[in-house]
Write a protein that binds this ligand. Structure first.
Ligand code: FES
Length: 103
């Protein structure tokens, strides 16, 4: 695992998220009322990106068929998705938002 800087601290405002291309995978880095979360940007229902989805509370809604995922745990909360998305640790370090990703 390796900490990757993905944004400056105030770049992702509460209720907002960004997509990050790590070179190996796409992530969504989300700000939920000041808490930061990172998930793989690949819906477990049919592989869609969720970058055009929306956040409600600590959930993200896939834009294709409406599955909801918990941003904290990655758990699939509603059909048609049943498997969790991968989550990654996030930290603030030296005014940078960093995600711990597989090396
Ligand atoms: S691809 Fe996400 S709910 Fe179908």
């Amino acid at each position: 695992m390796a900490w990757l800087s993905v944004a400056v601290a105030d770049q992702i405002q509460p209720g907002d998220f960004i997509q990050v291309d790590t070179g190996n995978l796409y992530l969504l880095v989300c700000n939920v009322k000041g808490e930061l979360f990172a998930i793989e940007d690949q819906c477990t229902h049919d592989g869609s990106s969720m970058v055009t989805g929306c956040i409600e509370g600590d959930q993200i809604i896939c834009p294709r068929h409406g599955a909801r995922f918990c941003l904290r745990s990655g758990a699939a909360l509603t059909p048609p998705a049943y498997d969790a998305v991968q989550t990654f640790p996030v930290r603030l370090y030296d005014n940078q938002i960093q995600v711990d990703i597989p090396a």
